[in-house]
Write a protein that binds this ligand. Structure first.
Ligand code: ACM
Length: 694
């Protein structure tokens, strides 16, 4: 469709000249819109006025050119068109006509590497936009920034006048998706790669094997998927296509084959690799299991040599992740042959045996021209410095690895399966904690970090809602300057990004209502939404502790805990309003009214849903949570009453209310939290003191 010789891409060329006259739009300072870029650029300065964005919009490419850049421009046009509803039709035009000119200096490496130049500059004024970058990677980042800058205003869609110089703080900005616990079809991965491109993440870490499934076709060892995947795996062609899709978006793909533990699915077809008697079945439960690869047999290394050889051709990236986490050593300790091997070789414990395995594995990975990446546990004396440590256990191990000269990436603090608020992830910096005391040179060994989407409690329907929009906060931490830390600004921009991501076909927002309709049995899902909007799934690993029966791979993920957002924006905003009200010593009558209206609605909806528990088993489960919402809302209303009447509640009454709030927020087997309990408790306390005239 695009003629590389012709160089230029534009829309509706015939109309370009007349429309140029109307391409200038001036905004008064009062009309100046906030810029919602995420991640926030390294340096930017808003100018005066804006560039009009309408159907005359056109783009030209100059300098270095390759197909990938043309496709990136095509994506910009498609996404800008979806985002604005303005039809944009690509046709060739001359450069002087283009609204946005993109200049690229030179190509990037044939296989992307972590140290490449990803910088770009973008200048926008009323007459046009100029994007320039050293490589296509920078150009693509700049196009995403431009897309985020397109905003609606009183005069129509426009891009504010701005000057941007941008480059990443860290070179390794990743997202791990576990496709073993729950398989994720290719289209799920594709839309998440689109989301990654939007926030300038550049590493897709593909966790391809674990106890619960082996997910990539091996021609050499067909029983890996033949017996270890339930037929849910990626063909080699699908892998190649996804790697191409990722490269098109400036994203590296790193496969992880977790070993020697987390390997039950390998042993279903190849029990001879294991350290126990077998036979094996695909593991359906969650947790850490005993089966582990036998590190003492030559057969194991012959198998892994062949396997890594095959996979290293399929995955072009220089890095190859071998896992290495959570080996409990029980199969090794229980195997007489392995025990005698350890004695013969002076190996004193199973941890040392894992080190022996890691060293031999490293040689195989290196033989196939890859650098090994592994979790904290692989760090051991004398392992070659070319390996990279991915820290899941804490920042200290990363700092210690850097001191010893190893490269590292941080994932501790970035586990999005734990349902933390975005602000908590945002506050975790790869160079804070123990890493803050490293020398300049040692700090350079910390390449960045990765968000991790472990998939015990997500499936293709709700996985996006755990990744997005919170992963954007982690992406900003890894891209933007260290001093970009204001959580209010982050939240504002994150929610602006969130709806834009709907146009990338991500389903974090669009699957919410259908999931609620299912629970509500099709009746008045709007009320259930009111409840869903103010609950959160329990945090960390509390879901395991609260389950009536342990969840498995076959447990449906169709409950309110699966639909509810990890972080309630409604509760966060209520909390902010309550804080504002309390900071003003409860004098602001408008705020009091706003809080009261919300609380009254929650009381009404909570009671109504509680009464509907016979409608569906899924609704019955949340009846206590609905009741809890009504209870805390009632306490909040009573607090506002006390404040309004200037009659401090008695100590007994305060204690009783605190106890009822405490009881209402105690998580049950519904595995849900009521984050409103915290601000409501503050209102109750205010009802007993400062605000009540005491
Ligand atoms: C891990 O979370 N076990 C890497």
């Amino acid at each position: 469709m695009f003629d590389i010789g012709g160089v230029f891409i534009s829309m509706r060329m015939a109309f370009v000249i007349p429309l140029l006259i109307s391409t200038f739009l001036t905004l008064s300072p009062a009309q100046q819109v906030a810029v919602d870029m995420m991640p926030l650029p390294t340096e930017y300065k808003l100018g005066r006025g804006a560039l009009k964005f309408d159907e005359s919009f056109s783009v030209s490419l100059s300098g270095y050119k390759e197909d990938r850049l043309f496709r990136a421009v095509e994506r910009l046009l498609t996404n800008a068109s979806k985002q604005t509803g303005i039809p944009l039709q690509a046709k060739l035009t001359g450069r002087r006509m283009a609204t946005l000119t993109v200049h690229t200096e030179h190509g990037s490496k044939p296989v992307e590497e972590p140290d490449e130049d990803e910088s770009y500059s973008l200048e926008v004024d009323a007459s046009g936009a100029r994007l320039s970058a050293a490589t296509p990677l920078g150009a693509m980042h700049g196009l995403q920034t431009f897309l985020q800058l397109i905003a609606a205003g009183p005069g129509g869609f426009h891009v504010p006048a701005i000057s941007i110089h941008d480059r990443p703080r860290f070179s390794w900005r990743g997202l791990l998706i576990d496709v073993s616990r729950h398989f994720m079809p290719v289209e799920v991965l594709r839309r998440n790669l689109d989301g990654m491109e939007a926030v300038k993440l550049n590493v897709f870490h593909w966790h391809l094997s674990d106890d619960q499934g082996f997910r990539v076709e091996s021609r050499k060892f067909p029983k890996l998927t033949g017996m270890g995947s339930d037929g849910l795996y990626y063909t080699q062609q699908q892998v190649r296509d996804l790697v191409t899709y990722a490269r098109d978006r400036g994203i590296r793909v790193i496969p992880e084959f977790d070993m020697p533990g987390h390997t039950t699915s390998w042993f279903v077809g190849y029990p001879e690799l294991s350290s126990g008697p077998g036979p094996y079945q695909i593991e359906r439960r969650w947790g850490v299991f005993d089966p582990a690869i036998d590190p003492t047999r030559d057969h194991t290394y012959k198998f892994l040599d062949d396997f890594i050889g095959e996979m290293s051709k399929l995955f072009p990236d220089h890095y190859f992740h071998i896992g290495g986490d959570e080996v409990n050593g029980k199969q090794w300790a229980a195997n007489g042959r392995i025990q005698s091997f350890m004695r013969q070789h002076g190996i004193e414990n199973t941890q040392q045996l894992q080190t022996y395995f890691t060293h031999r594995l490293q040689k195989l990975v290196s033989k196939h021209h890859k650098a090994m990446v592994g979790w904290d546990e692989i760090l051991s004396p004398d392992i070659p410095k070319a390996i990279v440590i991915q820290s899941w256990r804490g920042q200290d191990s990363l700092a210690s690895a850097a001191q010893q000269g190893y490269g590292g990436i941080l994932s501790s603090g970035y586990y999005v399966d734990l349902n933390w608020p975005a602000g908590r992830h945002y506050a975790v910096d790869p160079l804070s904690g123990a890493a803050a005391h490293l020398s300049r040179q040692e700090k350079q060994k910390i390449f960045g970090g990765e968000a991790a989407m472990w998939s015990e409690y997500v499936d293709p329907e709700n996985v996006d809602s755990r990744i997005w929009p919170r992963t954007a906060a982690i992406a900003e931490r890894l891209w933007s300057p260290e001093n970009v830390t204001d959580p209010q600004s982050m939240y504002t921009r994150m929610y602006q990004l969130s709806w834009r991501l709907d146009f990338f076909a991500l389903t974090h927002n669009t699957n919410y209502l259908p999931m609620l309709e299912r629970i509500a049995a099709g009746r008045d899902a709007a009320s259930l939404r009111t409840l869903a909007d103010v609950v959160e799934p329990v945090k960390d690993y509390a879901r395991e502790e609260l389950a009536l029966t342990p969840a498995t791979q076959l447990t449906p993920l169709n409950r309110l805990v699966d639909a509810a957002r990890p972080e309630s924006e409604t509760a966060r905003l209520f909390s902010r309003t309550a804080d504002q009200f309390l900071a003003g010593r409860c004098q602001d009558a408008a705020l009091a009214l706003e809080l009261r209206a919300l609380l009254e609605n929650w009381r009404k909806v909570g009671r109504a849903l509680e009464a509907r528990s016979a409608d569906s088993s899924l609704l019955r489960e949340v009846a206590p949570v609905s009741g809890g919402l009504a209870t805390i809302a009632t306490a909040g209303i009573a607090a506002l009453d006390a404040i309004g009447r200037q009659e401090p509640a008695s100590a007994e009454r305060l204690a009783a209310q605190a106890a009822s709030i405490q009881a209402a927020q105690k998580p049950t087997s519904a595995q849900l939290l009521l984050p409103l309990a915290v601000p409501i408790q503050k209102l109750v306390e205010a009802g007993g003191n400062a605000c009540s005239g005491r």
